[in-house]
Design a protein around this ligand. Structure first.
Ligand SMILES: NC(=O)c1ccc[n+]([C@@H]2O[C@H](COP(=O)([O-])OP(=O)(O)OC[C@H]3O[C@@H](n4cnc5c(N)ncnc54)[C@H](OP(=O)(O)O)[C@@H]3O)[C@@H](O)[C@H]2O)c1
Length: 332
């Protein structure tokens, strides 16, 4: 059966990328195992790259971005998902070269789908989205590496951004002392809303901890979302056996550091990928985020927007001006 729905479509015209909300129909979607009616999506840095024509993310246009989606199964070719099931999809190829969550319906392989946990509403799921899943994976690796709340301070970079803000909020909820590194003058948001113990500007952080091959020890661990000299500074100021996770590249794709943090202090650097992670691991993190890891004030960390507000929001993300998370509502 054909159903019409609205989507944010990116079209390439003479090397320029134009965004518009258009009406399309379900038969235009790729033919995959499960058709899902999307209630919410969310906005991530990768969506901003896709929408601005970054060919490393999206090769073919016209395209519907949106690497996250939550919704209800409409039809399924597999037994494990039945019409009416509440499900969520993040990562894999969704929103990259498979039309994504900025459309009212998606069609995806069953292997990409997690069940929406009982204690997570669709709005809450997308308040986390890929950013929350990535933050969750980062926290999971710190805990598995024996970094405990009493181990010492944890540095989180890009702290007002999607991954950073959820990382600060989850760590604070779990009782960690968090130092939020940010380029914005937002001490109230960082400490009162997210729960960081203190905040420090990016510039001060780099000046304090990245001038020498090794700095004074300060942190038991870190969650870096930006790369470059900030990641280098976190490594150099990590305590003996410190653990630092790395997931993002907004500052730089490069890492320049001495090897001293590794060979003199046993510091560990753990790479985080939320995209191709097997769905059972994603499900485990979603379950934790739905219960003991869920910040009490999750709704204060998000702004709900319509499809029509997406072009402006995506521009702000690319320009590093975004704060917190943006959840996209579909009005069916
Ligand atoms: N590996 C994975 O699976 C995975 C998953 C999700 C995201 N990511 C990556 O993680 C990064 C963060 O994603 P996100 O969704 O949180 O993005 P976001 O919401 O745009 O947040 C990024 C934050 O980084 C800071 N920032 C911006 N420009 C910067 C610069 N030039 N130098 C240093 N910091 C800068 C800003 O925070 P402040 O102003 O507070 O400093 C900004 O809010 C991106 O690179 C994204 O591609 C990776």
């Amino acid at each position: 059966m054909e159903t019409l729905f609205k989507a944010l479509i990116v079209r390439e015209n003479d090397g320029k990328f134009d965004l518009a909300v258009e009406t399309i129909s379900t038969p235009e979607l790729p033919k995959n195992e499960v058709l899902i009616k999307v209630s919410y999506s969310s906005v991530n840095y990768k969506d901003a790259l896709s929408a601005s024509g970054n060919k490393g993310v999206t090769r073919k246009f016209p395209h519907i971005p949106g690497i996250d989606a939550v919704g209800t199964v409409v039809s399924s070719m597999v037994v494990q998902f039945q019409p009416g099931d509440d499900v969520l999809v993040t990562g894999y190829d969704l929103g990259m070269n498979t039309w994504g969550g900025f459309g009212g319906y998606i069609s995806v392989p069953a292997s990409w789908i997690a069940k929406l946990p009982e204690n997570l509403s669709p709005l809450e799921a997308m308040s986390f989205g890929t950013a929350g899943l990535t933050a969750g994976l980062s926290v999971y690796h710190l805990i598995n590496s024996n970094v405990k709340p009493d181990s010492g301070k944890i540095a989180v970079s890009g702290a007002t951004g999607g991954v950073g803000s959820i990382s600060v909020a989850v760590l604070s909820k779990l009782g960690y002392e968090v130092v939020a590194i940010s380029g914005k003058d937002e001490p109230i948001f960082l400490t009162r809303t997210l729960g960081a113990s203190s905040s420090i500007s990016r510039q001060e952080f780099v000046e304090k901890y990245n001038t020498k091959p090794l700095s004074a020890t300060e942190f038991a661990g870190g969650i870096d979302t930006v790369g470059g000299n900030i990641l280098s500074a976190i490594l150099k100021s990590s305590k003996y056996n410190g653990v630092v996770t790395c997931c993002g590249l907004v500052a730089s794709t490069e890492l320049s550091t001495s090897i001293f943090p590794f060979i003199l202090r046993g510091v560990k650097l753990i790479g985080i990928d939320s995209v191709e992670q097997p769905v059972n691991i994603k499900q485990q993190i979603w379950n934790l985020l739905s219960e003991e890891w869920k910040p009490a004030n999750l709704s204060e960390l998000i702004e709900e927007i319509s499809l029509e507000q997406l072009p402006e929001t995506l521009k702000n993300i690319i320009n590093g001006k975004a704060k917190g998370r943006y959840v996209v509502r579909h009005n069916h």
